[in-house]
Design a binder for this molecule. Structure first.
Ligand code: PLP
Length: 390
């Protein structure tokens, strides 16, 4: 029998990927399944970006690049940070990775020692706690439930910080809730962080562009520029340009940390795909109108989904500020159906209605489900109709 590492025993496979795979498997076996589990836009990568990928292959941009990204892409990222976020970085402060997922993985590996604590507000993106565990560190989960608009307060942050705290993770707009922190809320968190200089801040801005009704994106550095020396900004092209399969994420932050992450990456994957990097330059520098087209569709679907959920017996759904997720409270429905919890409800819905959703407990908050509305209105109407009928 093969003895596996204790490390791998500490983590579980991504529950969102597992639900998506299960839905695909049931569908392939002939069942009528509507998957609302996927964490990716249902749009195709815009043509001018695809063309750039084709051009990259034809021009022979098919070799190793610098581990931390091509000079051209790093410059495009520097321009993007300046243009969209008013942030200044030098090339040595930028690391391009194989998706935002690898950016956060590199961060954990480069920063954390055994026993170090990382504060993660719940509900959270499923990968944060497990990547912290893979670095032998300790995820400190602080719940911010529906009554708090799913947002961590300054007092909660203060109470969670100990001498062992090394990192605080903030993701706004958030996967899975879609809520975004306001400038004032971020300033209040920054006020606390100022008093604890041992804590590094990771702001995961992956959904920066997916904001509804003209809301303006703001991150903690915009309101607390004095925290620049200990903040790392994580972002990528996956969600903004419907490029999930291209695997390009990037980070901007303190040079010492970025260079340490670069070493980790140099001994794991090396550079992200040369072809994807070439296309990412065009995504960041080129016509941005695709984003608005996509966000308008999400905005329309969001309005439909929130209304449909709130009309259901035992469901309560807060409107989101952005992203393509809804995170309704389904405690009343769980109770009405005599089920044990949200995981049982997700299984029940898949079994009885063929609709695949992810239980809230996968994101660290029970009594909820996450649905992705990155699918057609027709699919959403049908899926929500089925959920309403149980
Ligand atoms: N951060 C958040 C909050 C996400 O939801 C995701 C993807 O689901 C990522 C980072 C990573 O995205 P990718 O690795 O596809 O670039």
């Amino acid at each position: 029998d093969i003895q596996l590492s204790q490390r791998v025993g500490r983590v579980k496979p991504s529950p969102t990927l597992a639900i998506t795979a299960l839905a695909a498997q049931l569908k392939a076996s002939g069942r009528d399944i509507i998957g609302l589990g996927a964490g990716e836009p249902d749009f195709d990568t815009p043509d001018h970006i695809k063309q750039a990928g084709i051009e990259a292959i034809q021009k022979g941009e098919t070799r190793y690049t610098a581990v931390d990204g091509t000079p051209a892409l790093k410059q495009a990222i520097i321009r993007k940070f300046k243009r969209d976020n008013g942030l200044d970085f030098t090339p040595k402060q930028i690391l391009v990775s194989c998706g935002g997922k690898q950016s956060f993985y590199n961060l954990c590996q480069a920063l954390l020692n055994a026993g170090d604590e990382v504060i993660i507000p719940a509900p959270y993106w499923v990968s944060y706690p497990d990547m912290v565990l893979l670095a032998d560190a300790v995820p400190v989960i602080v719940a911010a439930g529906q009554a708090d608009n799913f947002k961590l307060s300054a007092a909660q942050l203060e109470a969670a910080i100990t001498p062992k705290t090394r990192l605080f993770v903030i993701n706004s707009p958030s996967n899975p809730t879609g809520v975004a922190y306001t400038g004032e809320e971020l300033a209040a968190l920054g006020e606390v962080l100022r008093r604890h200089p041992q804590v590094l801040i990771a702001t995961d801005d992956m959904y920066e562009h997916v904001l509804f009704e003209g809301r303006k994106f703001v991150n903690i550095l915009n309101v607390c520029p004095d925290l620049y020396a200990r903040t790392i900004v994580l972002n990528g092209v996956s969600k903004a340009y419907a490029m999930t399969g291209w695997r390009i994420g990037y980070a901007g932050g303190p040079e010492k940390l970025i260079q340490a992450m670069n070493i980790i990456q140099s001994q794991s994957t090396s550079n992200p795909t040369s072809i994807s990097q070439y296309a990412a330059v065009v995504a960041l520098d080129g016509d941005q109108s695709f984003i608005q087209t996509m966000v308008s569709a999400f905005e329309q679907r969001h309005a439909f989904v929130v209304k449909a959920f709130n009309a259901m017996d035992g469901v309560e759904c807060l409107p989101a500020d952005g992203t393509f997720y809804s995170f309704p409270n389904v405690e009343g429905m769980i109770q009405r159906l005599g089920l044990e919890n949200d995981t049982a409800l997700a299984s029940y819905l898949l079994d009885k209605t063929g609709v695949a959703v992810v239980p809230g407990s996968a994101f660290g908050l029970e009594g909820h489900i996450r649905i992705s509305f990155a699918t057609s209105m027709a699919n959403l109407e049908s899926a929500l109709g089925r959920i309403a009928s149980v």
